[in-house]
Design a protein around this ligand. Sequence first.
Ligand code: FES
Length: 124
Amino acid sequence: MYSDKVLDHFRNPRNMGEIPDADGVGTVGNPVCGDMMTIYIKVKDNRIADIKFKTFGCGAAIATSSMTTELAKGKTIEEAMKITREDVARDLGGLPPVKMHCSNLAADALHAAIKNYLEKGGKK
Ligand code: FES
């Protein structure tokens, strides 16, 4: 039911944790299930130099958070802003239809963290 990639990211999540002095923080809640996710970013020369996540959610949410941080790391702010919910699910080899809503959290939290960074003055 889950792809090998989903299981791998679920069992060995990349970039899990918190960045205490993050340049941008984004928290979103999933209206479907009530789960929550926070993404922290560190920005250097307009690129995402570091990124971490904390997820209170299901296995698919953990896997998609992990995948999203891998996709975003090293990207420019503009490129990271273009990462979509669909990109995350596709790069994981797909998700079961009932779990598609779980992949929304990660991309939304990433975008919220970038917006937070830009609102704080961005660009450095
Ligand atoms: Fe809540 Fe997956 S069931 S994020």
